[in-house]
Design a protein around this ligand. Structure first.
Ligand code: GL2
Length: 800
């Protein structure tokens, strides 16, 4: 733990940075200047332990973990730094002495939204845990100029605008001008001195920017290294001198395009060639970087698997397999067999979704054109794998292979190039073995392992929910933030009325705070005494926000029919973005907003039912909503949500889950017990059976009076100013196709919601359930997950 810092000392350091790093005087400084100055002052506190960590790793030659991910949804780093270094009291006092509002300064930092959703946020939680546990790790990714788009609503439709997190200087990073790698694309493969030689047609530079990642109490500091694309030449002098400035700048513009934007789509391979280039760009730069580090103190490439573990976060960095083989063969002179064996001892692959459209595939023609040498190596790896299987008496079925039907299959490539392949929840891993990877699993029965996801309790409990954290500290003692199993101490207190009251008082305070924010930002008055019912995640058909809003409309119908019915007041809150190209998800957003507007405008619903959908859901908004949630909606079609992590964050903060037996809900159900969760609907086997039998959504709609009524209202334009056409695509899809089985689950969802109502009517019982949700959450700390990876996948020993 770094030396204690007195508020006066931090205030002085902040003032110093304001003047000498930011170039402003206190009288002229704006909030963002103060925030940048404070960030610099805090960053100074991280550098010494960062250097010490690096020295320790070198001195002990610790095995290193490299986490390669296209996405790191890290949010505001000032919060992690203040929180993990225990600086909040000092920083609060220091800023107060300078006349600056600490909370406003914290919120002033723009979210680094370098990810889409769960996959990217998981990577951020893992960074925090790897530093907290003392694992020698680097995160490697892309320093996108523009992170995930900014969402607003116009007439209830989603509008996207470019996000601009780098508009102000980013105070946490260090540019490393010495760490620059040329990355090639295209061209051809020739032979020189008997060795294949790739001569790319086009080259860009990958320039490194390092962000230190301090763990809990700042004992260990790892590095997140993000790559930015730069041109090899700033501009072409010849056209410039001719006065053709556009032509002079063109090569630079093209190069910079590679790290310009994050693809706002996390389920389908997009933008083809540029996306493939992005993937190769950061993977190749990362491999060169880590291989340089490895060879700086080892001569024997054969040692790589014992010194280095590389984790591929989904298939996006899957080109790491052929790239590593290429480096070992073409640059280090190893034979193919040896190179392939080394790669297969070093690489590991995490699968994050079973949706077939998300397992990346590239046209073989594109791969051969952009990465000709890699295409040769992929063919060779694939042939070697087939030969190996034949020799072992287990010939491959036709369903296996990296190149099939003119496409390169990154899922198969990742699998055959990896030492371990893991799923992200028990159910998901089981389904991986039985469905998408069934044949590969039969060939390699030991390769697939499970590592259920987790979330960092430092950010998702301690920092976002200080009130509940204080109650937990009273019950479990100091230090639970790095030892979350200690929450178990809360279990026996569920029966203690005074304790329950303290937990619920924290919840109530958080709800009041959120209600104020909703009033200020959405112009809606909501009652903090109502149940806050929250569904926050990317908008996707499989996540079934549609089912939620249809039930909401049905509830409205019921409440209007029977105004005296004892329905507890609810505020239903949505948060989430739809991929810009995903028309159905955008149509669902519009429907939510239309139904919400209709309900909110009904005077009879005042104080009884309200709908809130604040635009631009992001990490910071999640930190507001989660501590204030009573009910957590986790209602995906069973078998579709690989794990979910919002489900964990919400339960950890005392929200009760209404959900299907999907992803990590299954394990949450097991942990909290059937009495403390509202499970409903088809399970994964029911879903596949029903699909196989021939699912008829129209029949389900017809059988459900409530659902039919809502569908008829949608078609009649009840929610759309009489315009029956507006939501036709959604209604037609529901009655005619409904791949995600909203109609089949609707009635059991309705029933589960009424069980929720009944439970809410008993405040003591609800509070007890809330405590019994928090108590077993140690299991969903990302520290537990990372210990699992360390032991079962990477074979490294955490230092703490
Ligand atoms: C996801 C899964 O959909 C989600 O269930 C899982 O929790 C996360 C992290 O493992 O990964 N896969 C994916 O592509 N995104 C996810 O959130 N974006």
């Amino acid at each position: 733990m770094p030396r204690e810092l007195a508020p006066a000392e931090l205030a002085e350091a902040t003032r110093h940075h304001l003047v000498y790093s930011i170039g402003k005087t206190p009288d002229a400084a704006k909030l963002s200047d103060w925030r940048l100055a404070l960030s610099r002052a805090i960053r100074d506190r991280i550098v010494d332990p960062w250097v010490a960590t690096t020295r320790h790793v070198y001195a002990h030659d610790l095995k290193r973990v490299y986490y390669l991910s296209m996405e790191f949804l890290i949010g505001r780093l000032i919060e992690d730094a203040v929180n993990n270094l225990g600086l909040e009291p000092a920083a609060r006092e220091a800023l107060a002495s300078l006349g600056v509002d600490f909370d406003a300064a914290m919120l002033d930092e723009p979210d680094a939204a370098l990810g889409n959703g769960g996959l990217g946020r998981l990577a951020a939680c893992f960074l925090d845990s790897m530093s907290t546990l003392g694992i020698a790790a680097h995160g490697y990714g892309i320093r996108y100029d523009h992170g995930l788009f900014r969402q607003s609503f116009r007439d209830g439709w989603q509008i996207e605008d470019a996000e601009d997190w780098l508009a102000q200087s980013h105070p946490w990073e260090f540019e490393r001008t010495e760490a620059v790698w040329p990355i090639g694309f295209g061209g051809e493969v020739t032979t020189r001195d008997g060795r294949p030689r790739w001569e790319p047609a086009e080259t860009v530079l990958a320039a490194a920017y390092d962000t230190p990642i301090p763990g809990w109490q700042g004992r260990w500091v790892n590095t997140l290294r993000l790559w930015s694309a730069k041109p090899t030449k700033i501009f072409d002098l010849e056209p410039f001198n001719r006065g053709d400035y556009m032509a002079a700048a063109a090569p630079a513009v093209l190069a910079q395009t590679i790290s310009r934007v994050l693809y706002p789509d996390d389920t389908t391979p997009q933008g083809k060639e540029l996306r493939l280039k992005q993937e190769y760009f950061f993977t190749a730069a990362s491999l060169r970087d880590l291989m340089r580090r490895f060879f700086s103190d080892h001569d024997d490439a054969g040692l790589l698997p014992s010194r280095v573990a590389i984790q591929l976060n989904d298939t996006h960095p899957a080109i790491a397999g052929p790239e590593l083989v290429r480096i070992l063969m073409d640059e280090r002179g190893l034979g193919f067999d040896e190179a392939f064996a080394i790669a297969r001892g070093t690489l590991h692959y995490t699968n994050h979704t079973l949706m077939p459209e998300a397992l990346e595939k590239w046209p073989a023609e594109l791969m051969a054109r952009v990465l000709p040498r890699h295409m040769q190596i992929i063919e060779r790896m694939d042939a070697a794998h087939a030969a190996e299987m034949r020799a072992a008496g287990r010939p491959r079925p036709d369903s296996v292979g990296c190149i099939r039907d003119g496409e390169v299959r990154m899922g198969d490539l990742s699998f055959i190039a990896a030492r371990r392949v893991n799923g992200v929840s028990a159910l998901h891993t089981d389904l991986m073995r039985r469905t998408v990877f069934r044949d590969l699993h039969a060939l390699h029965p030991d390769r697939i392992v499970n590592q259920t996801n987790g979330v960092t309790p430092r950010r998702w409990l301690r920092s976002c929910n200080p009130k509940l954290s204080a109650v937990i500290t009273e019950a479990a003692g100091e230090g639970w933030e790095a030892d979350l199993d200690r929450l178990a101490a809360l279990g026996p207190l569920a029966g203690d009325a005074a304790f329950r009251e303290r937990v619920m008082a924290a919840k109530q305070a958080n709800k009041r705070h959120l209600a104020d924010w909703i009033g200020a930002t959405c112009g809606l008055t909501v009652d903090p005494g109502a149940m806050f019912d929250v569904q926050i995640k990317r908008i996707h058909e499989y996540k079934r926000q549609l089912m939620n809003v249809l039930e909401l409309a049905a509830l409205w119908n019921e409440m209007r029919r029977d105004p005296g019915a004892p329905v507890p007041p609810r505020v239903r809150i949505f948060g989430g973005k739809a991929a810009p190209g995903y028309a159905m998800a955008k149509a669902i957003i519009k429907l939510i907003n239309d139904i919400g507007r209709t309900i909110n405008a009904d005077p009879a619903m005042k104080g009884r039912l309200a709908v809130v959908y604040p635009p631009n859901y992001n990490v910071t908004m999640a930190e507001r909503l989660i501590p204030a949630a009573d009910l957590s909606e986790q209602i995906s079609t069973a078998g579709m949500e690989a794990s979910g992590t919002g489900n964990m964050k919400l339960a950890m903060n005392g929200a009760l889950t209404i959900g299907t037996m999907d992803g990590a809900n299954v394990e949450i159900h097991e942990a909290v017990g059937a009495d403390n969760i509202f499970i409903f609907g088809l399970d994964a086997e029911d879903v596949s059976r029903l699909r196989a039998e021939g699912y008829d959504p129209g029949a389900h709609v017809a059988r459900s009076g409530r659902l039919s009524e809502v569908v008829a209202q949608i078609r009649a334009g009840v929610f759309s100013d009489g315009d029956g056409e507006r939501h036709r695509a959604v209604a037609d899809n529901l009655t005619g196709h409904d791949w995600f089985m909203v109609a089949a689950d609707f009635d059991t969802y309705w029933d589960a919601q009424r069980r929720v109502d009944a439970a809410w009517a008993d405040p003591n019982g609800w509070a007890r359930k809330a405590v019994l949700n928090i108590a077993p959450m140690g299991r969903f700390s990302s520290d537990r997950t990372i210990r699992g990876y360390a032991r079962d996948v990477w074979q490294v020993t955490p230092q703490f």
